[in-house]
Design a binder for this molecule. Sequence first.
Ligand code: DHB
Ligand code: FE
Length: 284
Amino acid sequence: MARITASVYTSHVPAIGAAMDLGKDHEPYWQKVFSGYEFSRQWMNENKPDVVFLVYNDHANAFSLDIIPTFAIGTAAEFPIADEGWGPRPVPKVVGHPELASHIAQSVIQDDFDLTIVNRMDVDHGLTVPLSLMCGKLDPVKDAWPCPVIPFAVNVVQYPVPSGRRCFKLGRAIRKAVESYDEDLKVQIWGTGGMSHQLQGPRAGLINAEWDNRFLDRLIKEPEELAKTPHIEYVREAGSEGIELVMWLIARGAMSDHPPRVRHRFFHVPASNTAVGHLILENT
Ligand code: DHB
Ligand code: FE
């Protein structure tokens, strides 16, 4: 039986990827951000999963405004790195896990969640920056990511976006799907994006560290209650792009009902326009 061993939560700021790609990660500004991931890289080495189920959002790179799936599961064998306007990031291509992804699609769709099945998809900073943060700098050709990755894209860009409650329940359906897969696989689920940030309009630059830290506390201790937060509160308190945080509830919903072990917690302001939050929770 496959099982979810741990969940990882992290912001996905594109400038973090650029800082790594351009070798600026030791500069004082960036060093403060990357210091929060030193433990995580060691933890990844020591707790290597067989598959990462990576919940993220596409930023109009794979999906344009022509077609906007609310939840899209990547079932391909490989996912090329998206060109976001300045060439694809120099990181290894993402290798998928079509068998487990198809099984999860089958189980979750039969459990009444409408997933879009995606057999071809470029992956943008929403997916590659969390991988880089957790795995370190890798050669795009000579190296590979430590394991296959199933990309799971959530629409948090174009309204209407899914509620936190639905995301939490979807996480539970994903857990059930993983636990009904026949092979002994250790699966990590990652929830990415956030924390507070607003990239547009009169409130551009908004950061709300107090709200973010309370979100982290509640994500650990009372996720089901937290999931009831209406989307307007995310927008009001955490900025228009703070809504990315509903994706963390998918990962949290996929964890066991027992309290998790908090292996790592980090919060830092700012990276680019964003408050960086990061958690590693292990199933006990
Ligand atoms: C920034 C953050 C994001 O989540 C994003 O998708 C783009 C930019 C930023 O902080 O600059
Ligand atoms: Fe984003």
